[in-house]
Design a protein around this ligand. Structure first.
Ligand code: PGA
Length: 269
C-alpha cells in the first residue's frame, strides 16, 4: 500500500502572526524540492496569514484544537467551519496536552473527530500512553481504547481519512524520544487496531506518525521503521532550520519505496 511521508509541525502556543510570516519566509526555501507532505499546526491567529504564504509550496496549514459543535453559545471556542474558512485543512485532536491539561475525555475527542470529518477538516488523532501505563504493560490497551473510541460508529470510508499520531506522553517535550524499535512496535499495534476496526485495505491507507522529542538526529532511523509514515514535531519545529533538517533526514533515512512499499508523491500537496 502506497503511503506518502508526512511531517507535521506543532507550534503549540508559540509565534504571533508576524513571527509566523517570518518563519514561513525562512522555511519555504529550506524545504524546496522535498517530497514529504508538510503540515503546519499553528495558533488560530496565524492560520490565515500562514495559509496565504504556504499556498505557494502547497504546505497544509491547520489548527491544534476545535470545539465539537458546529456553532453555539460557547464563549471563547472555535468551530471547524471557522478554521476551514480561515485556511485550515486539518486539525490536531486529542493531543496529550489537551487530554491531560484540559481534561479532554475519549468521548469528547470522538465528538470532535466526527465534527471535523463532517465539516471537512482532516482530523489528526493523537494517541499515546503515559509512563505509568507503559510500565504497567498497558500500551496496547490504551491505544486500542483511544483509537476505537475516537472512531466509534464512523463509516469506514470516513474513518479511513484520519491521520493517527502516536505520541507517548513520556516522550513529549522531554528530550527522551522513544527508540526506533519501540516506535515500530507501537505503530504495528496501531495498524493492527485499525485493521480490526476498519478492515485491512482502509487501515493500510491511514498514515501513522510518531511524535515525541523528534530531532534531526533521530528522525532518519524512525522513518526506516515499517509502519512509521512520518513525524509530528513540537519543540524542534519552532526553528525552520531544525524542522527542515528533520524533513531531509526522514527522506534520506527512508529506504526505497519498493522496499518500504511506499511511494513518495512528487507533488507535496
Ligand atoms: P515535542 O512535542 O516534539 O516537543 O516532544 C511533540 C508534540 O507535542 O506534538
Amino acid at each position: 500500500m502506497a503511503r506518502p511521508l508526512l511531517v507535521i509541525a506543532n507550534w503549540k502556543m508559540y509565534k504571533t502572526a508576524r513571527e509566523a510570516a517570518d518563519y514561513i519566509e525562512r522555511f519555504i526555501p529550506l524545504v524546496q524540492g522535498c517530497k514529504a507532505k508538510l503540515f503546519l499546526a499553528v495558533p488560530f491567529t496565524s492560520i490565515a496569514p500562514t495559509a496565504r504564504y504556504a499556498k505557494t509550496m502547497a504546505i497544509q496549514v491547520g489548527a491544534q484544537n476545535m470545539h465539537d459543535a458546529r456553532e453555539g453559545a460557547f464563549t471563547g471556542e472555535i468551530a471547524a467551519l471557522m478554521l476551514k474558512e480561515a485556511g485550515a485543512s486539518f486539525v490536531l485532536l486529542g493531543h496529550s496536552e489537551r487530554r491531560h491539561l484540559f481534561h479532554e475525555s475519549d468521548e469528547l475527542i470522538h465528538r470532535k473527530v466526527v465534527r471535523a470529518l463532517q465539516d471537512d477538516v482532516l482530523p489528526v488523532l493523537c494517541v499515546g500512553e503515559t509512563r505509568t501505563e507503559r510500565d504497567a504493560g498497558e500500551m496496547e490497551s490504551v491505544l486500542e481504547r483511544q483509537i476505537s473510541s475516537a472512531l466509534e460508529g464512523i463509516a469506514t470510508e470516513e474513518a479511513a481519512r484520519v491521520i493517527i499520531a502516536y505520541e507517548p506522553v513520556w516522550a513529549i517535550g522531554t528530550g527522551i524520544p522513544a527508540t526506533a524499535p519501540l516506535v515500530g512496535q507501537a505503530h504495528h499495534a496501531c495498524r493492527h487496531i485499525l485493521t480490526k476496526l476498519l478492515g485491512k485495505s482502509p487501515a493500510q491507507r491511514i498514515p501513522i506518525l510518531y511524535g515525541g522529542s523528534v530531532q534531526p538526529d533521530n528522525a532518519g532511523e524512525l522513518s526506516a521503521e515499517k509502519d512509521v509514515d512520518g513525524v509530528l514535531v513540537g519543540g524542534a519545529s519552532l526553528d525552520p532550520e531544525k524542522i527542515s533538517q528533520i524533513v531531509w533526514a526522514l527522506e534520506a533515512g527512508c529506504p526505497t519505496p519498493k522496499k518500504r512499499k511506499r511511494t513518495l508523491d512528487t507533488e507535496p500537496t
